[in-house]
Design a protein around this ligand. Sequence first.
Ligand SMILES: Cc1cc2nc3c(=O)[nH]c(=O)nc-3n(C[C@H](O)[C@H](O)[C@H](O)COP(=O)(O)OP(=O)(O)OC[C@H]3O[C@@H](n4cnc5c(N)ncnc54)[C@H](O)[C@@H]3O)c2cc1C
Length: 418
Amino acid sequence: MRVVVAGGGIIGLWCAAELAGAGAEVVVADHGALAGVAAPASAGWVVPVLSAPLSGPGVLSRSVLGLLRGQGSFAIRPAPTPALPRWMTGFLRSGTAAGHREGLKALLELGLSGVAGFEALRRTSPFELHRTGLLIAARTRHGAREAAELAEQARAAGYPGPVKTLDGAELRALEPALGPGVAGGVHATDDVHVRPEQVLDALTRVAEERGVDVRRGVAVLGVERSGHGRWNVVTGGGVLEADRVVIAAGVWSAALLAGLGVRVPLLPGGGYSLTARGTGTAPRHALKLIEANVAISPFEDGVRVSGMFELAAGPRPPAPRRMRHVLRTALPYLRDWRPTGFSGNGVRHGLRPATPDSLPLIGPVPGRDGVYAATGHGTLGLTLAPGTAEHLTPLVLTGREAAVLAPFALTRWAARPA
Ligand SMILES: Cc1cc2nc3c(=O)[nH]c(=O)nc-3n(C[C@H](O)[C@H](O)[C@H](O)COP(=O)(O)OP(=O)(O)OC[C@H]3O[C@@H](n4cnc5c(N)ncnc54)[C@H](O)[C@@H]3O)c2cc1C
């Protein structure tokens, strides 16, 4: 069976490697030159403990307040798209207590194999993987309570790893990079962080070793029926024939799906990261700075600071003031670490493929037999990549549906096209 995967980001590559491992002949067509590809900008966290959907009771009022003050970690770019009202309506509808609880359970189930998936990939092809766990640090008592609640919700939804609650002194003893202003937080000891750019290289190597034909610089323009249940994937470099197609083009999947007559509420959630060398005490743990909503990832050659969720961002150029905002809100948590110069891939802007309910779109494309979607992974694309590939593969190759994928069906948003 020949499968064409449209998009060679973390999701497309992981699916391609898994499909080839199960015996399929696989071609990956990747554009290769788009600004805003998400994974290389990411913090690299594989963190099932943070599976809670973004939508939830009280989230909107907090975000709108930050938006109005221009101070929050959430923003809407000034030229919102016509798709925004539908997205916002979906966000509000899914933000009930029950929606939040069910969403968390579904994401957690999909993401539970995440850490093991990265460990297994690393045994085949090396990359940086840090097992220091995730520390959630708060500067206020309210933030410390929020961190403890987040961990407790994850535990109640089935997160199996140990989570320790720590006061400010205990946090600083464990992570000397944290400053005196830190009041408390939690430590999820089993979650890990990886170097995302290296993971993409490792995945490409593994996929190619399994016989996947990874083509960079090949933009998919559309997907058309070719007769006898087969499909033509039309690319800038010609037509690729396929028995099955997987659309895994990140936020750009929305346009490919629209070409098939299927409209899904998928918008970019723009984020920023900066990887830098510095002076002072560098962090040793992945740190979520809870009030600032900033992620810190220590790597071998520097520290990555990332944050912001800029809804409906791009294709306009990223705003440098957003990166400055991320850094400005992060530094007060740290004792004395200060960036002195770029390392790694420097400053990056990435577009998270975001759905209103924070649940990805994984499964058959309605009314288009043989075409599947694997996108919409939002803030959790790395964490969910192994689980997505594991469960999508039997569905694509044998039609066998896994119960774990049911909450991610496209039919929750997309009507069957005519
Ligand atoms: C700042 C930031 C921090 C993040 N931190 C984390 C984190 O710590 N942990 C975590 O789990 N997640 C994190 N994420 C989210 C994660 O990066 C994304 O969910 C994930 O990268 C999405 O993967 P993807 O393959 O769907 O999309 P992308 O990574 O965007 O890849 C899409 C691919 O499709 C290709 N493509 C697009 N259009 C076409 C076309 N027409 N034809 C051919 N190819 C095409 C592109 O070239 C690209 O290679 C973060 C994201 C950002 C921006």
